[in-house]
Design a protein around this ligand. Structure first.
Ligand code: PNS
Length: 166
């Protein structure tokens, strides 16, 4: 049984992430999407919300599981019986940080391999940060994220109802 962990903040999941998940699901028996609590200080969605959004978007993929994870990634990977970590690489600019992280993880536990996967080229410009910015400014993100994520973003961005004067 070949299991792999795909870790990330997924705040929120984009079509680029989903593309990587689909590719991994074709290669591995078991893909664990591991949602980290917050790599930035103020995520738009809570860990639980982000997990639910990934679950909603991956329901049809039978060998994909979604879990929240805390602590060191290498410990988590060994704990769930996986052999490798998947990270998506969109462009050369991603490489430096990803390379550093992969080598550090190897230092921490040399049994954990990192596998880089490229999403479909049409998604190379996509990032959760840009999607949030566009949604926050009222732009249309429907082609960038799965439908359930688009709905959640719309709901989150709706201005709160103004207080009525007496
Ligand atoms: O989607 P992101 O924000 O690029 O994901 C980064 C993540 C969560 C994969 C990374 O920050 C991570 O692995 N965090 C767990 C803590 C850890 O093991 N840190 C050492 C990494 S070398």
């Amino acid at each position: 049984m070949r299991a792999v962990v795909y870790p990330g903040s997924f705040d929120p999941l984009t079509n680029g992430h989903l593309d990587v998940i689909e590719r991994a699901a074709r290669l591995f028996d078991r893909v664990i999407v591991a949602v980290a609590p917050n790599s930035e200080k103020h995520p738009l969605f809570t860990t639980e919300e982000r997990c639910k959004l990934v679950v909603g978007a991956t329901r049809r993929l039978r060998n994909v599981e979604v879990r929240a994870f805390d602590g060191l990634l290498v410990d988590y990977v060994r704990g769930c019986g996986a052999q490798a970590v998947i990270r998506g690489l969109r462009a050369v600019s991603d490489f430096e940080f990803e390379f550093q992280m992969a080598l550090m993880n190897r230092k921490l536990d040399e049994r954990v391999e990192t596998i880089f996967m490229m999403p479909k080229d049409t998604y190379t410009f996509l990032s959760s940060r840009l999607v949030k910015e566009i949604a926050q400014l009222g732009g249309d993100v429907s082609t960038f994220v799965p439908r359930n994520v688009g709905r959640a973003l719309l709901k989150r961005m709706q201005p709160s109802t103004p207080m009525r004067r007496r």
